[in-house]
Design a protein around this ligand. Structure first.
Ligand code: HEM
Length: 519
């Protein structure tokens, strides 16, 4: 079925003279070399002629491209990421796809030069398509603010500026370092206590607890007890959050009846969201009450206290910002910890190199200081390489506010655009041996890094809408991984981990790791 579809698509494209005959048989990297005639920029081709699967919706394409051995839901959702690579292979660097069911079309960008054009046109208020339509609908129903990652325009700008001001203070992220150290030490202890007779720990569970604890510190300046007294509460909240992401991915690919009638899946979603907000709201209200009474020097305040005490923000504004940071923090760092552990476990020599680097900088009982963190370039390169091989987002989305010319085609203002760096991050066009874990490629001492194009690798996005939690996430990951490699020899004895699309790209496979204590 899959082959048949590909053949039909290629035959169709050939007949349209969109694809040379070579493209049908060669690799992803050699097809559609970028040849935009100079006159294209002056006289761009019409939007209607952008190549793509035509009237076949993304779902239709996915159904046909992916294996038909699984159930409908599983097949297309799991295959979403691979389907993007297939789209580029068949149609080229700019692809228009009907989203189906009145959702209009989206333009997929696979050329970093086009990405650059899109970002350069971002302006001061880049518009995006919300990551989760379902969350947006739920918050609309409950008359809530849609949240930082779902808003556009002036309202987004006002809230994001407040976050940015709080974050840009020189010590904003480093102030948390002593607490990040504590959480990392507690994680080491928790892993030791959780080891089964095979010296294994279930990191799907434990990484979730760690991410919750880290997010609690950043957003509420509070230890949540996820490794100890509140472990059941923590597991339940992490499970609810994961189920929201999973269900949201399923609802993205079915006819959106849930928007007009209350379907069983939608009712389930409302139940999950209600349960999540009940807990998050308790934490938010508590934090606003506690931190709102701080009277110290603004410059010395922690990020969260600074936000809570900003006079231009209402209580509602602060709640929205806290909620966005909390739910995003909770969902992203746990999978990234697992992917990093997996890469280190699968590459023993690299793991030892990281351990040697860390041990030179700090003894296992010594906390990391800002200065010590600057002396871990190899660990940082490993984290960067893990972002390349295991990105957690499928795309960076934009709705350009001006007309654009991409790959010689006119793309009118208001068109949703998906920038698909993930496909580029595994392409030989931009990275040598793209499927290998080679942290060295990011080190200056290796000479010119293999990354050929600055817009081919953007794990945290770009410009004014770049990830609001980036610096917190990086610090958390650096400290925790440094601690774990110096405390344990880490192994993964199961089939290689892969990724599954559940709104984010989450670990698929057995996440039990062997931790052999070193001290
Ligand atoms: C660990 C890895 C993380 C990755 C790879 C990641 C990646 C991203 C990306 C790609 C975007 C969209 C950027 C754009 O459109 O240009 C984003 C937005 C965002 N991220 Fe992260 N993120 C991570 C962790 C976090 C954490 C820990 C927090 C909170 C503490 C956070 C909070 C946010 C928020 C609030 C937005 C929306 C920003 C806006 O629209 O203004 N992220 N993130």
């Amino acid at each position: 079925m899959e082959r048949l579809y590909l053949k039909l698509a290629v035959r169709y494209l050939r007949s349209c003279r969109l694809l040379s005959s070579a493209a049908a048989t060669t690799s992803i990297d050699s097809v559609n070399p970028k040849v935009v005639p100079p006159e294209a920029a002056i006289d761009p081709k019409p939007f209607s002629s952008i190549p793509g699967p035509g009237r076949i919706s993304m779902i239709g394409a996915l159904r046909k491209l992916r294996s038909s051995t699984k159930t409908f839901d599983e097949a297309e959702i799991r295959g979403y990421f691979d389907a993007l690579a297939d789209l580029q292979k068949i149609y080229g660097d700019l692809v228009k796809v009907e989203q189906g069911w009145g959702r209009g079309s989206v333009v997929h960008v696979f050329d970093p030069e086009d990405s650059k054009t899109v970002f350069n046109a971002d302006g001061r208020q880049p518009h995006i398509v919300p990551l989760q339509e379902t969350t947006q609908k739920y918050r609309e129903m409950k008359k809530m603010n849609p949240g930082l990652g779902n808003l556009n325009g002036e309202e987004w700008y006002r809230l994001r500026s407040a976050v940015q001001q709080a974050m840009m203070r020189p010590q904003a992220v480093l102030q948390y370092l002593p607490f990040v150290n504590q959480v990392a030490d507690d994680l080491v202890k928790h892993i030791k206590e959780s080891l089964d007779p095979k010296e294994e720990a279930d990191m799907r569970r434990i990484a979730g607890r760690w991410a919750l604890e880290a997010a609690g510190l950043t957003v509420f300046e509070k230890r949540l007890g996820s490794f100890g007294e509140n472990v059941k509460w923590a597991d339940n909240l992490v499970d609810i959050n994961r189920e929201i992401f999973r269900l949201s991915a399923k609802l993205k690919f079915v006819a959106p009846f849930y928007k007009v009638v209350s379907t069983p899946k939608w009712r389930k979603m409302v139940g999950l969201e209600d349960a999540f907000y009940k807990e998050a709201t308790k934490l938010i209200n508590e934090a606003i009450e506690k931190l709102g009474n701080e009277t110290g020097n603004e410059e010395e305040m922690f990020f969260a206290s600074h936000l809570v005490n900003k006079k231009e923000l209402t209580k509602k504004d602060i709640s929205v910002i806290m909620l966005s940071l909390f739910s995003d923090g909770l969902s992203t760092t746990a999978p990234m910890l697992i992917y990093n552990l997996y890469n280190l476990a699968a590459n023993k020599e690299i793991q030892q190199q990281v351990r040697d680097e860390v041990n030179k900088v700090a003894k296992p009982w010594e906390p990391f200081t800002p200065e010590k963190l600057t002396k871990l370039p190899f660990l940082k390169a490993c984290i960067k390489e893990t972002f390349r091989l295991f990105p957690i987002g499928t795309e960076i989305s934009r709705i350009s506010q001006v007309d654009l010319v991409l790959s010689g085609y006119k793309v009118p203002a208001g068109t949703p655009i998906d920038i698909n760096t993930n496909v580029l991050m595994r392409s030989t066009r931009f990275f040598t041996d793209p499927n290998e874990f080679r942290p060295q490629r990011w080190l200056r001492s290796e000479g010119k890094p293999s990354q050929a194009h600055p817009f081919a690798f953007l794990p945290f996005g770009f410009g004014p809408r770049m990830c609001a939690g980036r610096r917190f996430a990086e610090q958390d990951l650096q400290v925790v991984l440094a601690r774990l490699v110096s405390a344990f020899a880490i192994q993964h004895r199961y089939s290689p981990l892969t990724q599954v699309y559940e709104t984010l790209l989450l670990p698929d496979g057995n996440c039990h790791f062997t931790f052999t204590p070193i001290y």
